[in-house]
Design a protein around this ligand. Structure first.
Ligand SMILES: [Zn+2]
Ligand SMILES: [Zn+2]
Length: 288
């Protein structure tokens, strides 16, 4: 099949339209651009790297659009996995000419090994440290590699677990709040599916870790994702529509939530002490 824009061979079909390599890249960057423009993103962006394909695509896309970026990696000390991921993230930064900052959770006395629900603790720790990094570095926002598949999967997983409050923070852009030391967050890949991010990473020869996190193997979210992608095959654009619906729901809910300042660390919190400080306190106790 030929590309719909030129005479070259197509490499991908999206919503019934065929794209060659070059026009696929244009399509991809156009989707990223639409998020950057809509939310008027500028200044220095802290880009969270996980070592995986999505954050690699995210950094590369922002870099090739000429945005000012500061990549960083959070080492979660997950045996063998974290090291492999850090290596790929560092290779990517070398390739694009950036210095990569590394944040080590061990410096905060945190370890996921003894956790009963490591994924939930990991999520809290990552969100906290990403925000702290961007705040300390005076960046205008944090960019993560969350894509369309992640956003819709996350929302369905919360529905499946009656976790409606967790809908917060899933939309493509969250405004910063200076008084709560909350830095704005953006998901530049919000309109792009897993497969598209993978293709972009491969076309651009970006290094990425193929290992899955040992804690996420057999996670129900992987099944939800497969189900959504199968559905999308029969009903093109359903994922974009779902994401838009969840986004609206989140905005309706936001009007009702209160934020406080954590008494221990001074960053934003829903209770009087934030979840991150609670995790630290619990782990300190375990040490003794
Ligand atoms: Zn083309
Ligand atoms: Zn705190």
């Amino acid at each position: 099949m030929k590309c719909r824009y030129c005479s070259r061979e197509a490499i991908e079909i999206i919503n019934g339209k065929a794209y060659c390599e070059e026009h696929f890249s244009k399509y991809f960057l156009g989707k990223v651009r639409s998020i950057i423009d809509k939310f008027n993103i500028k200044g220095e962006i802290a880009v969270a790297l996980s070592g995986g394909k999505d954050s690699a695509a995210c950094l590369h896309a922002l870099h090739s659009m000429g945005m000012e970026v500061k990549p960083f990696y959070i080492n979660l000390r997950i045996p063998s996995y974290s090291e492999a991921c850090e290596k790929k993230a560092a290779q990517l930064c070398d390739m694009l000419g950036y210095e990569m900052k590394v944040i080590d959770v061990a410096e905060y006395g945190i370890s996921l090994e003894k956790e009963r629900k490591p994924c939930s603790t990991c999520g809290t720790v990552k969100r906290y440290l990403m925000n702290k990094f961007a705040f300390d570095e005076k960046c205008t926002c944090v960019a993560t590699g969350h894509n369309l598949s992640d956003a819709v999967t996350f929302a369905f997983n919360n529905l499946a677990n009656v976790n409606i409050l967790n809908f917060r923070g899933n939309k493509p852009y969250l405004e910063g709040k200076e008084e709560y030391r909350m830095v704005a967050k953006v998901k530049p890949l919000y309109w792009l599916k897993d497969k598209e991010c993978m293709l972009y990473t491969i076309i651009n020869n970006l290094p990425f870790a193929e290992e899955e996190c040992p804690y996420s193997i057999n996670a129900p979210t992987l099944k939800i994702k497969d189900w959504l992608h199968a559905l999308e095959g029969e009903w093109p654009n359903i994922m974009v529509n779902l994401a838009k619906s969840f986004w609206r729901l989140e905005e309706m809910m936001e009007k009702e939530t209160n934020i406080n300042i954590c008494k221990k660390c001074g960053f934003a919190s829903y209770g009087s002490i934030c979840k991150f400080c609670k995790i630290r306190a619990k782990m300190e106790k375990q040490e003794k």
